[in-house]
Design a protein around this ligand. Structure first.
Ligand code: SAH
Ligand code: SF4
Length: 401
């Protein structure tokens, strides 16, 4: 059995540390909070205990590579999660929960230096699944299919691995805090299709005692809108930011662009959004990818404006228009710039705060969902398209994979 320490409460950690003095729980927590997940590095624990923990805990996240782009403001870690003891244990029908198979996951840090108007921010984009089963046709992650769920600790470690590098100065950007300020669940996978781990990861990130103590408002979950999952977030009762990937103004088009829409439909989705807004007091963000000749005509903008200003619609904080990034094997692309701006203008005229998202540094700083398309196979071999994309990143730090 392999234990995910980030998913443990104090009593469970105390069980794990049976026979040890009570303060060991605090020591272990302290290491996890500082992003140290390898017992071998937990220097204030006795050697025997470190060995015992190494045999019991999920394997540490191994950094395969660290790449930098955008004049040092965007950092990408390629992390190997899971794996090691699964191979050692060798018996899949053993009781307990074997460590899941190895996956390489990219954790991305985007640094936004302080300006006269805004404090500096260090935002980490995390994945919740290796791959995704929902098959949205414009999304490279969706094309790659589903491989497995990430555990709580595997989600959280994407954040702590970067937090550790901010704290020790490995990543040092003028005007940017030395700790993570924001987390966006916009990487690979659908967070609400792994709702248990997502909810627990949010709790850990928010909890100042055992986790990072991030304010709920600085945590954003992006979802295609799995209605029961949104209800789980509503029940969580934290004023996190909910970002719903809408991509179409009516069910007919959305059924094609977001196939899971056939299960829930826009009416049920908007109702779940409204309930979330009423319970948390938070307005929602909507994301809408702009695809030329598919969903980006003036008539689509008008229909979207009507949908989001309906009397029963949730209150909208922001409509984020995302020009589609090219994806291997998909013939679609973004509409011309002028059309993107016209689309935004229709929404703005209806009183909706809408902006077109610009990618920093050209194609290097693609939306996170795209970055995560660059996946390693379980065998450790990079997909050919992924290899190319990964090598576009100019500066490499730390170890080469
Ligand atoms: N599954 C969740 C979160 C991950 S996707 C969701 O779909 O919301 C994160 C974001 O990347 C989503 O808004 C998604 O629409 C966007 N995305 C996916 N493929 C893209 C592409 N080819 N170009 C631009 N954005 C894309
Ligand atoms: Fe999955 Fe989101 Fe990609 Fe759709 S857009 S396939 S839900 S990751």
């Amino acid at each position: 059995m392999s234990v995910d320490p980030h998913a443990c409460d104090d009593a469970q950690l105390a069980d794990l540390l049976e026979g040890e003095p009570a303060y060991r729980v605090r020591q272990l927590r302290g290491w996890l909070q500082r992003g140290v997940d390898d017992p071998a590095e937990m220097t204030d624990l006795p050697a025997g205990l470190r060995e015992r923990l190494a045999a019991r805990l999920d394997p540490p996240a191994r950094t395969l590579a660290h790449r930098v782009a955008d004049e040092g403001r965007t950092h990408k870690l390629l992390l190997e999660l899971g794996g090691r003891r699964d191979a050692e244990a060798g018996a899949p029908d053993e009781p307990g929960s074997p460590a899941p198979p190895a996956e390489a996951i990219e954790a991305v840090l985007m640094c936004y230096p302080r300006t006269d108007e805004r404090a500096g921010r260090a935002t980490v984009c995390v994945s919740t699944q290796a791959g995704c089963a929902l098959g949205c046709p414009f999304c490279a992650t969706g094309q790659a299919g589903f491989r497995r769920q990430l555990r709580v600790g595997e989600i959280v470690r994407q954040v702590t691995a970067l937090q550790r590098r901010l704290a020790d100065g490995t990543i040092d950007v003028p005007g940017v805090p030395d700790h993570v300020t924001n987390v966006v669940f916009m990487g690979m996978g659908e967070p609400l299709a792994n709702a248990d781990a997502t909810v627990e990861a949010i709790r850990w990130l928010h909890d100042g005692e055992r986790g990072l103590g991030l304010s709920a408002r600085s945590i954003t979950v992006s979802t295609v809108g799995l209605v029961p999952g949104i209800a789980r977030l509503t029940d969580l009762g934290l004023p996190i930011t909910l970002a719903v990937s809408l991509h179409a103004p009516d069910d007919a088009l959305r059924d094609d662009l977001v196939p899971v829409n056939r299960q829930f439909g826009l009416d049920a989705l908007l109702q779940a959004c409204r309930e979330h807004q009423e319970a948390t007091g938070r307005r929602l963000t909507f994301e809408y990818i702009l695809i030329d000749g598919v969903n980006a005509e003036r008539a689509h903008a008008q229909r979207l404006a009507r949908l989001l200003t309906r009397r029963d619609a949730p209150r909208v904080a922001h409509v984020n228009l995302i020009p589609m990034n090219p994806t291997p094997a998909v013939p679609w692309h973004a509409p011309p710039l002028r059309q993107q701006q016209e689309f935004a203008a229709v929404l703005q005229q209806a009183g909706l705060p809408a902006t077109v998202r610009r990618n920093r540094g050209g194609d290097i700083d693609a939306p996170c969902g795209q970055l995560y398309a660059e996946q390693r196979l379980g065998s450790g071999r990079l997909l050919p398209a992924a290899q190319q994309a990964w090598e576009r990143w100019p500066i490499q730090l730390e170890a080469k994979p």
